[in-house]
Design a protein around this ligand. Structure first.
Ligand code: SF4
Length: 694
């Protein structure tokens, strides 16, 4: 399947799937990939890869890929294939007319965590400098926006604190809401190796994950909590550490505010945070909570790794801050083997956030009301800029249904399939005067589009991705764009049709502009990246070769900040009509909604999604292995096959969401994180009943 001829050249690039950011050598023959070989000198993967990066690149040449631009007057009309010139002119004219009719703030953009830093930078610049507003948001809104908020609040910067190499020095890994061997396989293997060498393991997850089965780890601690109770359990662990005096007083005195810690300690010592009380809320035995707290506090170097099981909750941001509290109170930050490390799901989640995709922040996480920063961008971009924060994705949809938001440029993101409350998103998209979808394939969102701009795959362009450890990796063009243009060129064409006057001739020039305007990228250039393979930001005069471990001498914000993390139960409670809690995750061979992996041979390994249900719950409902079941919530229902397993606890059901048959977001509700609007994908009260099939 893979080998098709003898390679003529090798192009070093970066995997476009998960946030591990593995380096690959693309062995090319003409315009054809002969094979993808993980690079031995790849700093994130050191010659290793998983089945996605190594084998699942065939979507780039899949027959369903759209290669010509298309337009239509109304989304119900058939598509008309047109030239690039006509498509860009049509899109620009409609955007201009929409702003003339409905005002400057009636249009916006959604950037993608799948695209390069340079492409993302240009799309947010389009909103700010050309549309004249801050209506720019990223698909990270629905995954790691609480990471940005929580870590910035606690430490002063919206990023993981440590490099992957740091895992080699950890004595104990606390993994919460993540399944690294399936979701981040190459890092998962490194972690597994470290566990085999003797490091301890705490897993906080409603489901039994494979890491727990790692050989020689009979003493691994699993806290199988009910979905939605992360904050209660983490705060109870902190309660134990506070009550038993297991905190690192010297670290707290030096790196945090001692008086603030004392207030936090008073908060923790309230009996409502005791393990016994939390056992009632979370179903986790109090003794296990105590055991986990003592193990984490006692480890000389303990690290925390987390994923979307932390962020996609109504208390996602609070959970991130509860994690930061644990690390600070035990001194597990700022030295190798420790840290707080979000495992980013998509290849460039970190980068899309770094590049200013948020409606309140310029690149480098500087607020739009910051006068000095705005002045700098006004000078470099040559236009006045708005100081009013723009709309987040859910606010765009709300404003659209209210007739206040009428135009959207959506790059590399199928919002209709990825965002919660499908019918609301549908109504919003249907009400737009202009929807431009820029993607590889027609998708659910493009059903409502007026312009389809065919995108280029990672094999067809130059640029950079930033992985979960802040590592800026090069993406290099291995073949000519099949659609005619790299994505950054398409955004430039659109901007120039709106009189922007941009004159970039290569992504390296975009990176030069990023370096000029973003302090944490000040030292980054393509020359440096070519020479060093990759660097981790901050990369500037103080750290010319980058920064593997952050917060070594002090936190970016000065003193680390403790936050009282009060547990607030999710609105999704079980009982009555919906007695079970549904949570979701990923499997090794597939990726997100499957737009890419389902168009590769990887499909043979996971041909459909299934619903995992505990034998007790299945028996109560007369459900047998492989039966179709109906999963119903207050938002909607879907039909899926059942898999009976003790991996999930009684009362909890679980599914992946890689295939359209799952329709997971028809069932998920519109609850979201209080601080960032990140949807609560991980907790939905449902009923499961036998069904005759879809
Ligand atoms: Fe790609 Fe992630 Fe697999 Fe590495 S671990 S090959 S980055 S999907």
């Amino acid at each position: 399947v893979i080998e098709v001829g003898t390679p003529e050249r090798v192009v070093k690039t970066t995997c476009a799937y998960c946030g591990v950011g593995c380096s690959f050598d693309a062995h090319m023959r003409g315009e054809t990939v002969v094979k993808m070989v993980p690079s031995k000198d790849g700093k994130a993967n050191r010659g290793h890869s998983c089945v996605k990066g190594r084998f699942a690149w065939g979507y780039a040449t899949h027959a369903e890929r759209i290669l010509n631009p298309m337009i239509r007057e109304d989304y119900r009309d058939p598509w008309r294939v047109v030239s690039w010139e006509e498509a860009i002119r049509f899109a620009a004219d409609r955007l201009r007319a929409t702003q003339e009719r409905h005002g400057r703030d009636s249009v916006g953009v959604i950037t993608s965590s799948r695209c390069t830093n340079e492409e993302t930078y240009l799309v947010q610049k389009l909103a700010r400098a050309v549309f004249g507003n801050n209506n720019t948001d990223t698909c990270a809104r629905v995954c790691h926006s609480p990471t940005g908020y929580g870590l910035k609040t606690a430490f002063g910067t919206s990023a993981g604190t440590h490099d992957f190499d740091s895992v080699e020095e950890t004595d104990l890994a606390l993994v919460i809401g993540a399944n690294p061997t399936e979701g981040h396989p190459v890092f998962g293997s490194r972690l597994r190796r470290r566990l085999r060498e003797g490091a301890g393991l705490i897993v906080i997850d409603p489901r039994h994950i494979d890491l727990l089965d790692t050989a020689h780890r009979n003493d691994a601690i699993h806290l199988p909590l009910l979905p939605g109770t992360n904050v209660a359990v983490l705060t109870a662990m902190a309660h134990v550490i506070a009550a038993e005096g297991l905190y690192d007083e010297a670290f707290i005195c030096e790196r945090c505010d001692w008086d603030e810690f004392l207030e936090y300690r008073d908060f923790l010592l309230d009996p409502r945070h005791s393990p016994e009380e939390v056992e009632r809320q979370s179903n986790v035995p109090a003794d296990l909570i105590r055991q986990a707290a003592r193990a984490y506090a006692a480890a000389p170097r303990a690290s925390i790794y987390y994923g979307l099981g932390v962020t996609e909750h109504s208390q996602g941001s609070t959970t991130v801050m509860a994690i930061a509290n644990l690390a600070m109170m035990t001194g597990n930050i700022g030295k190798p083997g420790t840290g707080v490390n979000p495992l980013r799901g998509q290849n460039n989640v970190q980068g899309s956030c770094d590049m200013g995709s948020f409606p309140h922040e310029f690149p480098g996480y500087r607020h739009v009301t910051d006068i000095e920063t705005r002045k700098l961008y006004e000078q470099v971009w040559g236009v006045p800029l708005s100081d009013e924060p723009g709309l987040r994705i859910p606010n765009m949809f709300d404003a659209a249904t209210q007739g206040r938001f009428k135009g959207l440029y959506c790059q590399g993101e199928d919002v209709l399939q990825s965002d919660p409350d499908t019918s609301h998103v549908q109504s919003a998209l249907a009400s737009l005067d202009i929807l431009i979808v820029h993607d590889l394939f027609l998708n659910e969102t493009s059903n409502y589009a007026h312009v389809f701009l065919p995108g280029s795959s990672f094999l067809e362009k130059d640029g950079t991705f930033t992985n979960a450890e802040r590592r800026i990796n090069m993406v290099r063009k291995a073949m000519t764009p099949k659609n005619g243009y790299a994505d950054w060129e398409i955004t430039v064409m659109l901007a120039n049709a709106l009189d922007a006057g941009w004159d970039y001739s290569h992504p390296s020039e975009i990176m030069d502009e990023i370096a000029l305007t973003t302090p944490s990228f000040a030292g980054v250039s393509y020359d440096l990246l070519d020479r060093e393979q990759s660097v981790q930001w901050p990369c500037n005069a103080k750290a010319p070769l980058g920064t593997p471990v952050m917060h070594i001498e002090g936190f970016v914000r000065g003193k680390g900040k403790f936050i009282n993390t009060e547990y607030v139960p999710s609105e999704e409670r079980t009982g009555g009509r919906f007695p079970l809690l549904l949570t979701t995750g990923r499997t090794l061979t597939q990726y997100n909604v499957g737009a890419q992996t389902r168009r590769t041979d990887n499909t043979v390994w996971h041909p459909e999604d299934v619903l995992e249900i505990h034998p007790h719950d299945a028996e109560q409902r007369g459900i047998r292995e492989g039966d179709y079941v109906r999963v119903a919530s207050r938002a909607g229902d879907t039909t899926i096959r059942a898999k009976i397993t003790e991996r999930v606890a009684p009362g909890v059901v679980y599914t992946t969401f890689h295939h359209p048959n799952t329709q997971a977001n028809v069932v998920t509700t519109d609850n979201s994180d209080w601080a960032t609007n990140c949807p609560e994908f991980k907790v939905t009260a449902v009923q499961v009943s036998p069904s005759n099939g879809p």
